[in-house]
Design a protein around this ligand. Structure first.
Ligand code: IMP
Ligand code: MG
Length: 176
């Protein structure tokens, strides 16, 4: 058991488990993109370790870039505006793979997909290391899923609890 700030967590998946899921995903991505130019777009902050390991298992040579949500209080009626920063490259005709650490409700993913619309991309697919199917509220297909997990709060391997725990090499679940 480990403690992060005020909460206790217990190991749910080991580093070895996680690396095996990533290797399997890399093999599929290698095969699917062997004849196409791939642009990997990792979503920060959570995906930094996953992109780093996935990219090194790949034998194809993708372009790799990152996007981040900038949350700020807007003046619109909704009050809060979420914009993506880092979307600088020309995506016209590119085969884009969105890389997420975890998909929960899918709200984040839906937002990213809507921002990529009308940019003339050749194709868009989604890779996520972890997926909580019981929490998912979208119908956007997830093309590459490392591992489905129950609706639990987890930390480690990129994911945080109040900014901490991202550097854990395994995945830990909140202890009830
Ligand atoms: P969604 O928009 O509900 O799908 O949530 C997606 C984002 O919330 C992920 O990219 C994570 O950054 C974060 N997230 C979702 N579930 C967890 C969790 O269990 N632990 C830590 N972060 C999470
Ligand atoms: Mg994230």
């Amino acid at each position: 058991m480990i403690q992060i700030r005020d909460k206790h967590f217990e190991e749910f998946l080991t580093e070895k488990d996680i690396q095996a899921y990533i290797k399997t995903l890399a093999q599929k991505i290698d095969e699917d993109y062997k004849d196409q130019e791939l642009l990997i777009l990792g979503i920060l902050n959570g995906s930094f370790l996953f992109v780093a390991d996935l990219a090194r298992f790949l034998t194809i040579d993708p372009e790799i870039s990152f996007l981040k949500f900038a949350s700020y209080e807007g003046t619109s009626s909704s009050g809060k505006v979420n914009d993506l920063i880092g979307l600088n490259e020309d995506l016209t005709g590119k085969h884009v793979l969105i890389v997420e650490d975890i998909v929960d409700s899918g709200t984040t993913l839906a937002h990213i997909m809507s921002l990529l619309k009308n940019k003339g991309v050749g194709s868009v697919k989604v890779a996520t290391l972890f997926f909580k199917p019981e929490a998912y509220k979208q119908n956007i297909p997830l093309d590459y899923v490392g591992k489905e997990i129950p609706k639990l709060f987890v930390v480690g391997y990129g994911m945080d609890y109040q900014g901490k725990g991202r550097n854990l090499t395994g995945l830990y679940q909140l202890k009830a």
